[in-house]
Ligand binder design. Sequence first.
Ligand SMILES: *Cc1c(COP(=O)(O)O)cnc(C)c1O
Ligand SMILES: [Zn+2]
Length: 414
Amino acid sequence: MSDLKLSCLECHLKFDLFKIRYFCSCGGLLEIAQNRASSPILTEKLDSRLTSRKASDRSGVWRFREGLIPLSDSTIVTQSEGSTPLHRSERLEKWSGSKHLWLKHEGENPTGSFKDRGMTLAVSVAKHLGQKVLACASTGNTSSSLASYAARAGLKSVVFLPSGKVSQGKLSQTLAYGAHVFSVKGDFDRAMEIVKHLAEEELVYLVNSINPFRIEGQKTIIWELLQDLEWNPPDWILVPGGNLGNTSAFGKAIDEAFHWGWIKKRPKIVTIQAAGASPFFKSFQQNFASIDSVKAETIATAISIGNPVNFTKARKAITSTGGLVEYVTDIEIMEAKRQIDLAGIGCEPASATTLAGLKKLIQNNQIKPDESATLILTGHLLKDNEASNDIHKVSFKEVEPDMSVIKNALNEVA
Ligand SMILES: *Cc1c(COP(=O)(O)O)cnc(C)c1O
Ligand SMILES: [Zn+2]
């Protein structure tokens, strides 16, 4: 099992699995080449772990360990990430036009976003490698996740945030778990460049999604979804796209699940971007010939990224599954968020791109109402209170403690 290698996506050059490297000498992204010749991992074994009390079985990430990386139970840094709920909602089916809708809520992870699934691997590897200072650029969720997992492992975390572009909740959370925060006067893409330089000089260990171990952990969103659905894949899986780590991870997860015989057909991946940060969509329109970075601006701060580092991996994910890329406006995002919130499920703005995108694709006849679709809700409702307060303030009333006034007000509601 330990003969896994880091492999260049472009020239296929191989490196040792635990060599600290983020790019190939040719500049290509690195991925972990799973050993396809080894005996297949059986779904029966994965299912049997659902009733186990062992920490590594209870984690919705490490439950799939044979398909990830070889690390001992004493090395892994886990806090029962994953095992997130899969919701249905008649209200949202009606609103979107879909007849078979599921919502997998990755906001129900320990720090409130899917980033925990990749972070448990990245921090476990950092610990295994003896790294002491872990770093990332972030719009707030990666930094919250890193800060928490580094604290659990007794390691230091340093984070670079675009100044004024991170919600209060995410900033508080990052600070609370003990991260050292550098607020950079610039956007996310600038913060990313800075931290890449520090990593190249080996001053820090980088845990952004160019770290291939992050991608490995995030594959388990798909594997767990397939397990939730008793290994019957939906037709479509919709996910927000920022740095495109998730899109990349989903493509790899589907490819491996298919190879190992867990599923008989490949669900199609749809990446939804915000109109003001949609370089991947623009590239898709030109058959992915190249990608031009943009200056990102959207209310969905988690995906306000103009120069996605995982472009080549994400392109492979869309083409290999026959998927799509779409964009939605900030107004469409906030209306979809309002619907998800009022369904009692709730999410942060970036996650709502998926519902807005589904509605758009059904209206445009690219997804049929009776095809099944799963939306990946990436972040928790409480991650961005500023955004929520704005759309839900109509339901808020200051009242005098006077029964007749209150009864009158109640009349208007009921
Ligand atoms: C990080 C994040 C995204 C974007 O994911 P990528 O893998 O960078 O495309 C979307 N939504 C939320 C809530 C996030 O935290
Ligand atoms: Zn290469």
